[in-house]
Design a protein around this ligand. Structure first.
Ligand SMILES: C[S@@+](CC[C@H](N)C(=O)[O-])C[C@H]1O[C@@H](n2cnc3c(N)ncnc32)[C@H](O)[C@@H]1O
Length: 204
């Protein structure tokens, strides 16, 4: 993510490339109104885009990183949207999360850029917060049957593991098994730009 010199807004170039594809999946599954909890919101650009694309929703952005939360606040102020709440400090590994009453949960590009404990926290807390029939969406790259789905994902994985040995592109089957153990359905899998997937899990 790049910071502008004039304000706290960060720019994640990938967000502009994937946000419409993700929004299409959200629109296909979500009821017309509710509260969408976003985990690991990063720059906040997705929160703003989804607030504009889902006018029946209030978006609750979160991130564990203070600089990200400052960016989210700056994007909210600059965009003028009224259906995004101020960002919450939320580390997916620290349970229980102090939020209630959400309709759906979304997590973009965190699972591979955090220790596995963050994914465990994500599914455990999503299971606790969501009612049967409600959705958890994840977006990112995954290995399938133990193999990378592209050379670029393999290089990305190596870079991630060099930066932090606890990070890395996860096995799709491991994520699905964790989800099942936490009471989620087998996900609907939607192919996304740049060899990423959106996984749509429904609480059983
Ligand atoms: C690659 S960025 C993705 C940001 C945004 N979702 C996007 O796609 O542009 C990864 C984000 O995960 C957040 N993160 C990492 N570990 C986390 C954790 N344990 N709990 C919550 N957020 C975490 C980081 O602070 C960062 O904002």
């Amino acid at each position: 993510m790049n910071a502008s010199s004039t304000d706290a807004r960060l720019h994640a170039p990938a967000a502009a490339r994937n946000r419409d594809a993700i929004l299409t999946v959200l629109k296909a599954h979500l009821p017309p109104e509710g509260i969408l909890l976003e985990i690991a919101s990063g720059s906040g650009e997705h929160s703003i885009h989804f607030a504009q694309g889902l006018p029946g929703y209030t978006i609750q952005p979160t991130d564990r990183d203070e600089r990200a939360r400052a960016s989210i606040s700056a994007w909210i102020a600059a965009s003028g949207v009224t259906n995004v709440r101020p960002p919450l400090a939320l580390d997916a590994t620290i349970r229980p999360w102090t939020i209630e009453g959400v309709t759906a949960i979304l997590c973009i590009n965190m699972i591979h850029i955090s220790p596995w404990a963050a994914t465990e926290g994500l599914f455990a807390e999503a299971s606790r917060l969501l009612a049967p029939g409600q959705f958890l969406f994840t977006y990112g790259p995954y290995k399938r049957d133990g193999a990378h789905t592209s050379d670029s994902n393999a290089r990305f994985d190596a870079d991630l593991r060099r930066e932090n040995p606890l990070w890395g592109v996860r096995d799709l089957e491991a994520v699905i098994a964790l989800a099942a153990a936490n009471g989620f359905s087998t996900p609907e899998i939607t192919q996304m730009p740049a060899n990423n997937l959106t996984l749509t899990f429904q609480k059983r």
